[in-house]
Design a protein around this ligand. Sequence first.
Ligand code: C5P
Length: 238
Amino acid sequence: MKDVIVACDFSSAKDVLDFLDKFAGCERKPFVKIGMELFYAAGPEIVREIKGRGHRIFLDLKLHDIPNTVRKTMKVLSSLDVDMTNVHAAGTVEMMKAALEGLTREDGTRPLLIAVTQLTSTSEERMREDLLIDRPIAEVISHYAANAKSAGLDGVVCSPLEASEVKSACGQDFMAVTPGIRFADAASDDQVRITTPLKARTMGSDFIVVGRPITAAEDPVAAYNRCVNEFIYGKDNC
Ligand code: C5P
């Protein structure tokens, strides 16, 4: 089922809770992404607090370390009862398998686990010049996605522009979680491989991750509803 995930990139518990208070009267409780900034500032307690308010949570810590460290860290994170978390696919298949093992609780349940392919701020040119990866970005992303699938993960984080390629490489059920979302009439900030919520829908994204277009909007609830209308219901707001 498609949903809009709001990237709550705030640096304190107060800021994020004040922000979420704006949605108190809304019918739909936003799926919340807690990333490094907020987690390092406010710790596991903010995860429990937001979960306690009834939001689903994507804990976006993008783990990338040796397999043993990732396994043990995921074991700790699995006790936080989040709905989704992630690793970098660049950490190798062995690391992704270790992550899955660590995340799986004794009763067999676990949050969804997805892998970052290439950050949506990375262009093909930067990949080639900074990372010395010469292959076309689409090929790299499909390959990383196939690695994630073979490790048993549920999907990948990628640009909506790559979602259909990921699906053809890994199957329709393999999830594409896509940041790099901007409204048709807005600035791109530091994102490079971007598209609108409506286009992300037609391109096959399962979840869109939207930060500044909602958090920095004059009316965040209206911006969130615009994303929901475009992405979930396919309505063109423009
Ligand atoms: O503000 P904006 O909409 O650009 O926020 C996008 C969010 O998605 C950020 O929290 C960023 O860390 C995250 N993200 C991303 N690209 C990825 C993975 C995660 O932009 N490949």
